[in-house]
Design a protein around this ligand. Structure first.
Ligand code: SAH
Length: 357
């Protein structure tokens, strides 16, 4: 599901697959440059250009000799701006084009506490959640670590602003692209690179249980967010195919295991769909299920997607749902739907360039 070896755009001037130098740890980059006959000190410079200065293309590495820049550029998977849309609330949605012509969406949001970027982890998504636009059309391929980094570096270059928070909540199921996700997290938090605080990264999953267990073993203090959306397996199965594979109980147990291993607070996301999972009885069931489990619940009034009929309830319905959960001592917030006017809100991201939701 990775890069297609038959696509000529993925090849360097020798006709081989690109080395993808932006996905390399500094030691790997040093090894690669050594094999090409360059002196060892270049690795530090190149690593800094890529990850600290976010140049995006080797042509801008001004203290590197021209012929070396050309060679390096031919080994990179570039992420380029195709279009952007700016919301009335200041949120920017970028459509980025990757080396093989595939498109992904990335959302830049400004908050009081800093700038946040929502990145995609796959091109498309295979999970099939009924209310989500990202999964229409299935999963085309995984993104490389460099393509996840490239979204943040490009957003930094294009806005001129430093990013302090990253949420892996765009298109794709990050735990289905596990190795690249871990490499991405290690690189974006590298002190000699972008140096993002690992605590400011959130990874959202629909609940791939074995991978949640594995993520806990990495001992990375990132925030884990579980897309729950229903208090019973029966209801969850009608909304999310993953619920046929793992029960809510085993999924919550895996998350609690994650908390035990990392000490990181857990979040559950719950999209409120009117007449489906937002009634008083459902709130009571959810309250009983989540009581005392230590999750923070993030309520997301469902964002409309053209191909589906899901609608959010009234603000009174939403407030009522929140109040009922709070009676169970649960910490609840209602997520602001930033960027909804440009289809940049949760579940509205997709691969295509035009059209409306
Ligand atoms: N695959 C991951 C991350 C991507 S989705 C996951 O499932 O968690 C990011 C969040 O947006 C998830 O909680 C998802 O369930 C939610 N979401 C999807 N479609 C939505 C919609 N139409 N309205 C509101 N939230 C939605």
């Amino acid at each position: 599901m990775n890069y297609n070896a038959d696509n000529d755009n993925n090849k360097n001037s020798d006709g081989n697959m690109k080395a993808d130098i932006e996905s390399m740890y500094q030691e790997e980059l040093a090894g690669f440059l050594k094999d090409k006959g360059f002196p060892a000190f270049r690795a530090k410079q190149v690593f800094s250009w890529i990850h600290e200065k976010c140049v995006g293309s080797a042509e801008n590495m001004t203290n590197i000799p021209k012929d070396m820049r050309a060679l390096l550029d031919g080994e990179m998977y570039h992420v380029e701006e195709e279009t952007r849309q700016t919301s009335s609330d200041g949120t920017i949605k970028f459509l980025f084009r990757m080396e093989d012509g595939q498109m992904i969406e990335t959302v830049f949001m400004k908050y009081h506490h800093g700038n946040s970027v929502c990145i995609s982890s796959q091109c498309g998504c295979a999970m099939g959640c009924k209310f989500c636009a990202s999964t229409i059309g299935g999963c085309i391929r995984n993104l490389t670590a460099s393509e996840m980094l490239g979204q943040i570096y490009a957003a930094t270059r294009l806005t001129g602003e430093r990013i302090s928070n990253v949420v892996v909540m765009g298109t794709g199921e990050p735990l289905q692209n596990y190795d690249n996700l871990i490499r991405f997290i290690r690189l974006i938090t590298d002190e000699k690179g972008y140096n993002l605080s690992v605590r400011n990264i959130t990874v959202s999953t629909c609940g791939v249980v074995p991978m949640i267990e594995r993520l806990g073993d990495e001992k990375l203090p990132i925030t884990l967010a579980l897309s729950l959306h229903a208090p019973t397996d029966e209801l969850r199965r009608t909304l999310m195919p993953i619920a046929n594979k793992y029960s809510i109980e085993e999924t919550l147990k895996a998350c609690e295991g994650y908390f035990k291993k990392t000490g990181r607070r857990l979040t559950a996301e719950y999209s409120l769909m009117h007449g489906i999972n937002d009634g008083t009885e459902t709130a009571e069931l959810l309250g009983r299920l989540m009581k005392g489990r230590g999750f923070h619940i993030n309520l997301i009034p469902v964002n409309p997607v053209n191909e589906t009929d899901f609608k959010p309830g009234s603000s009174a319905d939403i407030q009522n749902f929140k109040n009922l959960l709070e009676k169970y001592g649960i910490n609840v917030t209602i997520r602001r739907g930033l960027g909804a006017d440009i289809d940049a809100a949760c579940g509205q991201l997709r691969r295509r360039r035009t059209g409306n939701n």
